[in-house]
Design a binder for this molecule. Structure first.
Ligand SMILES: [Zn+2]
Length: 434
């Protein structure tokens, strides 16, 4: 009888769902980048990796783990809309020429570098990265999958797979390189005909791309507006958008005419192009290198970049924060390199609220995570960061991220990475995530 009763009790216990652990965050300030406002003394509840309640009068349930950020300002995580986590070229030994990086560093090493760069970005508050190619043989997809399956911590990765271009991609291979398909391959997928365009898009989709990246005008012949339309149509079948690497005005004109999703780099973006981008709602990932990153821009180039960014802002082009970071700056982490780009945005006299909007809301939109991840709202995945001052007053507050939560788990506390809870001996979120 006693045995039967305890069996029943055990069954009753098993039938009762285990109470989910609730985390309650006390935020001294909470920034809403959509409205450009800050609310004081807020409580944020997190359960099963998602926000469940946000507000000043939210009751903290009994048994909740309380995280006290009452001395900090909480805000949504940042987005770098154009980074290259699996590429790090350097002054020594390759004189900052990534042709040589391709020779020296194979895909397995670059995949491990990508893990490290991803951690460095997350540590700096970037919870979403669009990783836009130059990742060897799909190191970018491996990184995304490893993070999503639950092996390692990292930002949410929106990766492009291999950049698609006409023969040679961004480079001018020697005939031997092209014939033997080495050195600059697998950095670029050749697609010179409509059939090859379709096949290249399908290959990237098959191997785990979440966005398609094309070289619009890396060669004088480049892609026509019709060819870009074919990229867009084929990518859409896989649910993917297309970003164009653009370096000339004519290339920008063709990409805009075709209705591309986003344009990387600012060299081809004249005031006329900005007007058209604003009309069509095409995202600008201008990759505005600051003058302080010596050797990666020139005074003339920087001046043009600042002027162009200002013009795009005035014309209401959808602006994203993007760095094109793919190099080592001695003494800086990849995250510190990325946040340095604030310098250019300040030089363009863009108000902090609008810089923050580019780094958050527009980043979620260009990444297509807006409906499930980004803002601090009930129902969305629980990513957030905290800094010491209100970034709406002083945008440089973002240079010192004290706290990072990703997927409802604390990654950084009191300015120190504490990523232990993210490491697992297996694919805890599912082996079949690809
Ligand atoms: Zn790039």
């Amino acid at each position: 009888m006693l045995a039967a009763r305890s069996l029943l009790a055990a069954l009753a216990l098993a039938a009762t769902p285990a109470a989910a652990q609730v985390t309650a965050i006390r935020a001294g300030g909470l920034v809403d980048p959509e409205t450009g406002t800050i609310a004081r003394n807020q409580v944020i509840l997190v359960e099963n990796g998602r926000f469940t309640a946000v507000g000043a009068n939210v009751a903290i349930p009994a048994g909740a783990e309380v995280i006290d950020l009452s001395q900090l300002v909480v805000l949504p995580g940042l987005v770098d809309a154009h980074n290259h986590l699996a590429l790090t070229y350097k002054e020594i030994p390759e004189h900052n020429s990534y042709y040589l990086t391709y020779v020296l560093d194979g895909t397995p090493l670059r995949a491990i570098q990508a893990v490290s760069n991803g951690l460095q970005m997350l540590n700096a508050g970037f919870t979403i990265i669009r990783d836009m190619g130059n990742a060897g043989d799909y190191a970018d997809a491996a990184l995304r999958i490893a993070i999503e399956q639950g092996w390692i911590p990292g930002p949410t990765i929106v990766n492009s797979g291999i950049i698609i271009g006409g023969m040679g991609g961004q480079y001018w291979p020697t005939p031997e390189m092209a014939r033997d398909h080495n050195i600059v391959y697998p950095e670029y997928l050749d697609a010179d005909t409509p059939d090859e365009i379709v096949k290249a898009v399908r290959q990237n989709a098959l191997f785990g791309a979440r966005v398609i990246k094309i070289c619009v005008d890396c060669k004088p012949w480049g892609y026509t507006a019709d060819e870009i339309r074919l990229f867009i149509a084929e990518s859409a079948k896989a649910g993917l958008k297309v970003e164009g690497h653009v370096q000339t005005v004519e290339g920008a004109r063709r990409a805009i005419e075709a209705g591309i999703w986003s344009i990387a780099h600012d060299r081809g973006l004249t005031p006329e192009m900005h007007t058209q981008m604003a009309q069509k709602g095409i995202y600008r990932a201008g990759t505005e290198t600051p003058i302080s990153l010596t050797g990666h821009t020139t005074p003339q180039r920087y001046e043009a970049t600042v002027t162009g960014l200002r013009d795009a802002y005035e014309k209401k082009v959808p602006l994203t924060f993007s760095t094109d970071a793919d190099y080592y700056v001695p003494g800086k982490t990849r995250g510190e390199v990325a946040i340095e780009f604030l310098e250019t945005w300040k030089a363009a006299r863009i108000p902090p609220a609008d810089i923050l909007r580019a780094m958050t809301v527009n980043g979620y939109r260009v990444s297509e995570t807006y409906d499930r991840r980004g803002l601090i709202k009930p129902g969305l995945v629980a990513d957030l960061i905290a800094v010491r001052e209100d970034p709406l007053q002083n945008i440089d507050a973002l240079r010192n991220v004290r706290f990072v939560m990703k997927d409802g788990v604390v990654f950084k506390r009191d300015g120190v990475m504490t990523p232990g809870a993210f490491f697992h001996g297996g694919p805890v979120n599912g082996w079949n995530i690809r």
